[in-house]
Design a protein around this ligand. Structure first.
Ligand SMILES: N[C@@H](CCC(=O)N[C@@H](CS)C(=O)NCC(=O)O)C(=O)O
Length: 212
């Protein structure tokens, strides 16, 4: 049994939960962080001294940092399609996963999502949103070329890198800002929406996070 601490509205929790859903793993998720609090409880800090969500416990093993959790779940429970065991096959996928985590997701989260959802209308920095939208046009153009006809990053089957790329797309496509033309990414997002685990764990409303 895998335990996940983290509110379902957290994009980083969604990485862990969507992976767990795709891999069909028995689990429980405990609402934690945000309005639920708990991050500073001593028992939680003993597991995760960084005090953020998600934290995952699998038996005696504790893992935090969503990308590390995704890689752990893939390596431990994924088949060769989800988590290629050949390092030379896995590295090019991991490269895109890392790129999403360090390049695409921070722009979406910090420049667009934070301003449009987590900042009061009167206090919004629209220049930052415009800057983020321009950067996202360039970044998603790269993803669009990489995806091509897909259907997934590893070809026919969904893999761990799709979890990292796909988990940002619900927010990307539902936030009110100007997006670039990315027909391959659009089609990829449509394919992901056919997956029950994606719908359940990655298409989570962020209305409860709005400040007005
Ligand atoms: N690098 C960390 C970032 C974790 C993070 O920033 N989590 C946010 C939610 S997405 C958090 O814990 N915020 C405080 C809270 O929700 O209480 C990861 O990928 O897991």
């Amino acid at each position: 049994m895998i335990t996940v601490w983290g509110r379902k509205t957290s994009s980083n929790v969604q990485i862990a939960m969507w992976a767990i859903g795709e891999l069909g793993l028995e689990h429980e998720r405990i609402d934690w962080g945000g309005a639920f609090g708990g991050n500073d409880e001593p028992d939680y800090r003993a597991m995760n001294p960084n005090g953020l969500i998600p934290t995952v416990k699998d038996g005696d093993l504790v893992v935090w940092e969503s990308a590390a959790i995704l890689r752990y779940l893939g390596a431990r429970y994924g088949d060769g399609d989800f988590w290629p065991t050949d390092p030379a096959a896995r590295a090019p996928l991991d490269m895109w996963a890392e790129w999403v985590k360090t390049s695409l997701a921070p722009v979406l989260t910090l420049k667009v999502f934070w301003q449009l959802v987590r900042t009061r209308a009167a206090e919004r920095d629209h220049g930052l949103v415009t800057e983020g939208a321009a950067a996202l046009k360039q970044l998603t153009a790269l993803a669009d070329v990489r995806i091509g006809d897909g259907p997934y990053l590893n070809g026919a089957h969904l893999c761990f890198a799709d979890i990292m790329l796909g988990h940002v797309l619900y927010r990307y496509y539902t936030l009110d800002f100007e997006r670039g033309e990315t027909p391959n990414l659009d089609a990829y997002y449509a394919r992901l929406q056919e997956r029950p685990a994606f719908r359940e764990h990655a298409m989570v409303s962020y209305d409860s996070l709005r400040v007005d």
